[in-house]
Design a protein around this ligand. Structure first.
Ligand code: ADP
Ligand code: MG
Length: 669
């Protein structure tokens, strides 16, 4: 292309643009709307505006400290005058002509000399009245040069561009053609044209992702070597000290239908809010597998969780013929050896453990079902390793991270999903309130009253980040409590720097009621069950995402006692307060996840880029409406064309392949 030599090309390459095609798909990160012009007399401090004004003086350059140049000019329209200021751009004086009329676009600031527009961009009136694209840049390549290159490349587009989305689908859903979309996403004439282009491109990107995840699901694993003939879930239920909830029964039924069907193995995600009773569902399926002569493995992310599950399940299965064992890294070597021998000989029916389960030393005689608890803590690779211990065994993953349904359909596109959307009936919803720091003493007295009645409590203080010394660290916070309000009460502390084994010990002691109060940072997030705990107090609640607050709150309300969650915040920002009020008004993890997604985007659910999806170039996972639309269109395409290999879908299929070739897939292999 004209004006792009080797050096330029290298700069474009830094932005991931290596061809004309990639340049066309390098969408603006923002737009400057120069179509609505403001009069100078109406400008407000802090606002960003486009004005149409005449240069009333030549640009004057002055040298200021550090050898930098300060350029100033005065412009006027029929309502007033305004000063313009640029720093360190020695070309300004050559580009602007005294007496010429221009559009200027920039932010208004006010100093001792009055109002000014800071470093405005500009264009002659003849070229200006449009919506200007703003591109992501790199050192040495400004947005304007990118824009010029894009303009050139759009001219190279043929009159008719082959469109990956079939015409009948486009018509039905009001999606504009690809050529139109590409022109308007870069250089829209109006806001409407921009919206139209954006809708088309976003829908296409999500559609491609959607179709891609579906084909992964269909092709992900072959035939299972595990033949389960009889369903023992009724028998298992009779062992439980409680009745399963309807939602638990439905989840069990889904799994039973998966594992008794011949052909593909089960690939199922059990999604349920904290405390919804996922363990019993998993145990039921393990029981059925074991009764059919296969082994089951249940993998938990921490020693303490593994031990807790082991204690519960071995008590439950005590009077049955099944042999249950625990396998974790901290066991004595001789003990580990004994369990491993039992696994390879087939004498052990159900093993509960940590990562020790997936080391090379662990071998199974006939692994039938693999369960991973708290799914988001295990990578896809670890899941695959566990599955590799058997002949394509059935897989069940459990997650307490409620993600909005629309997003879940895509992220877990390779898994079938059962949702446990009902809590055990004995459970009383946690009462949640928002309080200011001035109420702290009152909250402490409340906690002390609960402790006096035999309950336990958590206090969460936020992690300290570097340079945030104003927030008391967990240690200091706890020391303060132990010296004053809680001097006669056993208090424990865990935080990010507490060593793993020490943390496990403290959590185990807390679960055994050796401490009444646990002060911690967010390290207590994982699902340790302490049914006796009834209060969760969260300091600086505004610093947490809603989903995280919900996870934290899930630590209480697990027993028969009325439980409380006290959010402490002095932040009076209305948006923040609104967010915290959502917590007070509902216990529904999915509603909270939806709110959180709207407010903060999807990163929060999995941490930075942990969702394992390919990078999107224009779509936004927080945009549930587009997610739903793409879902619907994907359904329709499958319905009409049956198979992605249909010739009419050639281009769309090629895009699916390209998207996944870029990496970040979410497969089991
Ligand atoms: P989670 O889904 O968070 O893993 P758990 O499986 O740990 O939840 O269950 C939380 C608690 O609820 C446990 O103490 C469990 O024994 C109890 N529980 C599970 N299902 C029921 C039920 N149907 N009725 C009463 N209690 C139940
Ligand atoms: Mg659990």
């Amino acid at each position: 292309m004209k004006g792009i030599g080797e050096k330029r090309a290298e700069l474009f390459s830094k932005l991931g643009v290596n061809s004309v095609g990639e340049l066309l798909n390098f969408y603006p990160r923002a737009y400057e709307d120069w179509t609505s012009v403001e009069k100078i007399e109406n400008l407000l401090e802090g606002g960003t505006y486009c004005i149409k004004a005449v240069l009333g003086s030549p640009v004057s350059d002055a040298l200021i400290g550090g050898g930098r140049i300060l350029s100033k000019a005065t412009v006027y329209d029929d309502t007033g005058k305004l000063r313009l200021v640029w720093f360190n751009n020695r070309y300004i004086s050559r580009m602007l002509v005294y007496g010429g009329e221009y559009f200027f676009f920039g932010k208004i600031t006010v100093d001792n000399y009055g109002a000014q527009m800071l470093s405005p961009t500009f264009a002659p009136v003849a070229k200006g009245a449009m919506i200007h694209p703003v591109y992501r840049t790199t050192a040495g390549l400004v947005s304007k040069s990118i824009s010029a290159a894009v303009e050139q490349s759009l001219k190279l587009l043929p009159e008719t561009v082959n469109d990956p989305i079939p015409e009948q689908i486009r018509k039905k859903y009001g999606l504009c053609g690809l050529r139109q979309a590409l022109c308007d996403i870069h250089f829209p004439k109006t806001r409407e044209a921009l919206e139209c282009a954006r809708k088309r491109l976003v829908t296409e990107e999500l559609l491609v992702l959607n179709l891609g995840m579906r084909s992964l699901k269909r092709h992900s694993r072959g035939v299972s070597g595990v033949k389960i003939k009889r369903d023992y879930s009724k028998e298992f239920e009779s062992l439980l000290p409680f009745e399963l909830t309807g939602a638990q029964r439905r989840a069990v039924a889904d799994c039973v239908s998966d594992i008794t069907k011949s052909g593909a193995p089960m690939n199922r995600l059990i999604q349920g809010d904290v405390g919804s009773g996922k363990t019993a569902v998993a145990a039921s399926i393990c029981y059925t597998a074991a009764k059919n002569g296969f082994q089951a493995a249940f993998m938990a992310p921490t020693e303490i969780l593994a031990r807790q599950h082991f204690d519960n399940l071995s008590a439950l299965l005590e009077n049955t013929s099944l042999r249950v064992e625990l396998l974790t890294g901290s066991l004595k070597e001789s003990e580990k050896k004994r369990v491993r021998e039992g696994l390879s000989s087939g004498e052990v029916d159900l093993v509960i453990g940590t990562h020790a389960l997936i080391t090379d030393k662990t071998e199974f005689k006939s692994l039938g079902v693999a369960v991973t608890d708290e799914q988001h803590r295990f990578g896809v690779a670890q899941r695959a390793k566990l599955l590799g211990k058997g002949e394509n065994p059935h897989l069940m993953v459990m997650s307490a991270t409620p993600i909005p349904r629309t997003l879940g359909l895509i992220i877990f596109g390779d898994l079938d999903i059962s949702v446990i959307d009902e809590l055990p009936p004995s459970r009383k919803p946690v009462k949640t309130v928002l309080r200011g720091a001035a109420d702290r003493k009152k909250i402490y007295s409340f906690i002390k009253r609960e402790i006096a009645q035999g309950r336990q409590a958590f206090i969460v203080c936020p992690l300290i980040e570097e340079g945030e010394l104003d927030v008391a660290s967990a240690e200091e916070y706890a020391a303060e409590l132990m010296l004053n309000d809680f001097s006669d009460i056993p208090v424990a502390v865990v935080h990010g720097k507490t060593k793993a084994d020490e943390k496990e010990r403290i959590m185990a002691d807390f679960a055994a009621n050796k401490y009444s109060l646990l002060v911690s940072t967010t390290v207590i997030e994982v699902g340790v069950d302490v049914p006796n705990a009834s209060v969760m107090m969260i300091e600086n609640a505004e610093r947490f995402g809603l989903s995280q607050l919900h996870q934290l709150r899930g630590r209480v309300g697990r027993g028969k006692f009325q439980s409380y969650c006290v959010l402490v915040s002095d932040n009076r920002n209305p948006v923040t307060e609104e967010r915290l009020r959502v917590m007070c008004s509902t216990n529904d993890g999915f509603r909270i996840a939806d709110e959180d997604l709207k407010m903060r985007g999807p990163g929060d659910f999995f941490g930075e880029r942990q969702h394992g999806l390919p990078q999107m170039s224009i779509a936004d996972f927080a945009d549930t409406k587009s997610l739903e639309l793409s879902q619907k269109i994907a359904d329709e395409i499958i319905f009409i064309y049956k198979d992605l290999r249909n010739d009419e879908l050639r281009l769309l299929n090629a895009e699916v392949e390209r998207l996944f070739a870029r990496g970040g897939q979410n497969t089991l292999n």
